[in-house]
Design a protein around this ligand. Structure first.
Ligand SMILES: [Fe+2]
Ligand SMILES: [Fe+2]
Length: 310
């Protein structure tokens, strides 16, 4: 079988359309199937939640941390998919009177992201039914989307490729192999992975298409914008780590002193930075695509910025 990344562009768009049709799923009929979440199980696997870093917590408390992080994981995807979908709709404009297969691929991509946002809203509510009240996720998806879409398309596509590649990596390396995970949680990200596999291919095609019409000066500015976007993601993660650690402390059922509360908050932030920043920045495909279009100096600027987020 020919590796998909060696095919001509039109064929890669058409492969994405074929795969999208083949894996198409329904939220209730295929994913939820009348099930509920059970707090006896972990939601996010240890490889993502970094449960081992929460050294002061009991096994049951670490499971609760995985459930809080799992809820936030669904909410973060719901958040980023708002701007991803808006950018995909905008990019589809370039194909209106051109390659109709590429247009169909982006229309399906957009339709899938709308469905995924509905799925993640459903998951947030379902987890809310079984966890203590008081959880907060106050980030406004539309305000974030407006801020992100104020940057150049090159920068937004670089961030999108990063996100959609780490989505795939998280599922195959951490979520799928963890036998102790909640079955419904694993299924949500199995079905999400099936459709995201096409998105990551389309992100790359669109990024390279936009890159080909970008001047060296524009690309240099776009690299800075990409760094600004990663810093903005980190700002959201800092706020959410504080909120989630505060929720844990308030609802874990025992007294937590100031020093332990600070350690728990640091544990949440380290896990979120791993999940949403570092695991993607190191993804081999992301590194390959990005280094193929930027200079060594631009790569060093990105690495220096990432190094400050530890
Ligand atoms: Fe998605
Ligand atoms: Fe996606």
């Amino acid at each position: 079988m020919i590796a998909i990344d060696t095919l001509p562009e039109t064929q890669r768009y058409s492969r994405a359309v074929e795969s999208s049709k083949r894996v198409r799923w329904d939220i209730e009929k295929d994913v939820i199937r009348g099930r509920r979440f059970d707090t006896a199980h972990k939601f996010l696997p240890d490889g993502l939640s970094l449960a081992g870093e929460f050294t002061t917590l009991s096994p049951g408390e670490r499971r609760f941390v995985s459930q809080i992080q799992g809820r936030t994981y669904a909410n973060i995807f719901g958040l980023v998919e708002r701007f991803i979908n808006a950018k995909v709709l905008e990019l589809s404009h370039d194909h209106w009177f051109g390659d109709q297969v590429a247009l169909e691929a982006l229309v399906r991509f957009s339709d899938e992201e709308l469905k995924h946002q509905a799925l993640f809203r459903r998951i947030d509510a379902m987890i809310g039914d079984v966890l203590p009240s008081g959880y907060r996720f106050d980030v406004d998806a539309n305000a974030v989307a407006h801020a992100v879409l104020g940057k150049s398309t090159w920068a937004v596509l670089a961030l999108t490729l990063d996100i959609e590649l780490f989505t795939l990596l998280h599922y195959t390396q951490s979520i799928a192999p963890d036998a102790e995970l909640s079955e419904i949680f694993r299924d949500v990200f199995l079905y999400h992975w099936k459709e995201e596999s096409q998105h990551a291919i389309l992100d790359e095609l669109e990024l390279l298409r936009i890159d080909a019409e970008t001047t060296a000066e524009q690309r240099d500015r776009a690299v800075d914008e990409f760094i600004e976007l990663v810093a903005a993601v980190d700002g959201i993660l800092q706020v959410q780590a504080t909120a989630d650690a505060g929720y844990f402390v308030a609802t874990c059922g025992r007294a937590v002193d100031e020093a332990e509360a600070r350690a728990i908050e640091a544990g949440f932030l380290k896990a979120y930075r791993w999940q949403y920043i570092h695991s993607g920045a190191r993804h081999p495909r992301f590194v390959k695509v990005l280094t193929g279009v930027i200079t060594g100096g631009q790569g060093e600027r990105i690495q220096a910025a990432l190094a400050t987020l530890q």
